[in-house]
Design a protein around this ligand. Structure first.
Ligand SMILES: [Ca+2]
Ligand SMILES: [Ca+2]
Length: 387
């Protein structure tokens, strides 16, 4: 800084500006730019959530939200259950990229880069959260792809991915480029569930088959259109999904795939466009949306950085027939305007009322997408509310 500029008058002025800044309202977000299928609408569920990333619900309806660089974990409570969060608690600060949040038996689990933390009986203590217990320190400390999405599977185990600590590389330690799982009550080393996964930041289990599905981000620096991001299906432990040797449906990587037989790896169910950055994904299990959305997959696409013309920055829908993906279509678009994005979807989460929440770490908000049948589709004898 220029020393001469730091006169007492300058300091007085800057302190004044700093002290009033928090009182200035956030600029309104251009929500009218978001395009959705007929009958759907988008609103703000909660704002002032800097860096909002992964989401999970507590048993009493509290929404927990992780972040990365912000180091914070938030809790949002919708006291009157009207679909708008009323209170935001900051449960923790100063954590190391606490991207992952999961909830079980009253406790909130938070995954930093290398540590798994647990906040006991959290919904009873939102205004004065307990110090977290350290459940595990057994994950690598690499910052590259180090932030983690976590979730409990139908087997009661916590699934924790470990990304490749690089754009693309081979590491001797087997834990890299995997999805692991562990029993947080027992502790101990995580078990490798699936491998050959460059980096997944979103997964869910099919509500009927209870099998794992996950998104995966492809490598960078292979050009604008290669390789695809992936939607994968892991019905059992021990599967290998190809990284770093092979990408997409059987393509060898130009550097790491020489001499490799790509047919020995499990291909993705669906190749997504390159660089869309498919992060959060969930099966829709609510009752609010029309029947054809039941058990279909929503994907949050964070958007590209390694591409000439930006892509992604939207929520997409994958329609399934059994274990086959039969359609991939945009669901919510408009965060990207020309080459500029005003928001970046990170995670999707079905709320208890059946609406779909979407987190956005650029705009620092959670959106709520709800559905009401257009008036013409309201059955006779039922009076539609004014919209
Ligand atoms: Ca409310
Ligand atoms: Ca793959």
């Amino acid at each position: 800084m220029n020393q001469r500029a730091a006169t007492p008058a300058w300091w007085t002025l800057s302190l004044f500006v700093l002290s009033v800044a928090p009182a200035i309202a956030q600029p309104a977000l251009p929500l009218s730019r978001i395009r959705l299928p007929e009958g759907f609408r988008i609103e703000i569920y909660s704002r002032r959530l800097d860096g909002a990333r992964s989401m999970t619900f507590g048993k009493e309806g509290t929404l927990f939200v992780g972040t990365r660089k912000e180091g914070k974990v938030y809790a949002v409570v919708d006291r009157d259950r009207d679909g708008v969060g009323d209170v935001v608690y900051t449960l923790a600060t100063g954590l190391n990229e606490p991207n992952g949040v999961a909830f079980k038996d009253g406790h909130l689990y938070v995954q930093e880069i290398s540590r798994l933390l647990r906040f006991d009986n959290i919904e009873k203590h939102l205004d004065a959260p307990p110090r977290p217990k350290v459940i595990s320190r057994d994950f690598p400390s690499d910052a590259h792809h180090g932030w983690k999405f976590i979730a409990f599977g139908p087997d009661g185990l916590l699934y924790v991915p470990v990304g490749a600590p690089c754009n693309i590389c081979v590491r001797r330690e087997r834990i890299y480029a995997t999805i692991t799982r562990l029993d947080p009550d027992k502790g101990g080393q995580p078990e490798i569930f699936a491998e050959g996964i460059r980096n997944t930041v979103g997964f869910d289990w099919h509500p009927k088959t209870r099998e794992l599905w996950f998104t995966e981000n492809g490598r960078d620096w292979l050009g604008d259109d290669l390789p695809p991001d992936e939607l994968n299906h892991a019905p059992r432990p021990g599967m290998h999904f190809g990284y770093p040797a092979c990408y997409g449906k059987g393509n060898p990587d130009p550097e790491f795939g020489r001499g490799k037989d790509c047919s020995q790896f499990t291909p993705p169910v669906l190749e997504l466009p390159a660089h869309v950055a498919a992060l959060g994904m969930r099966f829709y299990t609510g009752k609010m949306f029309p029947k054809e959305f039941q058990n279909q997959i929503f994907i949050a696409e964070h958007g590209s950085w390694n591409r000439t013309v930006p892509v992604g920055y939207r929520v997409t829908l994958v329609r399934l027939e059994g274990n086959r993906a039969v359609r991939y279509e945009p669901f919510a678009t408009g965060w990207l305007q020309g080459r500029e994005a005003w928001g970046r979807p990170v995670d999707v989460q079905v709320a208890p009322d059946g609406s779909l929440l979407v987190s956005d770490d650029k705009a620092g908000v959670i959106y709520r997408i709800s559905y009401k049948a257009p008036a013409s589709e309201v059955p006779e004898g039922r009076v539609g509310e004014n919209d």
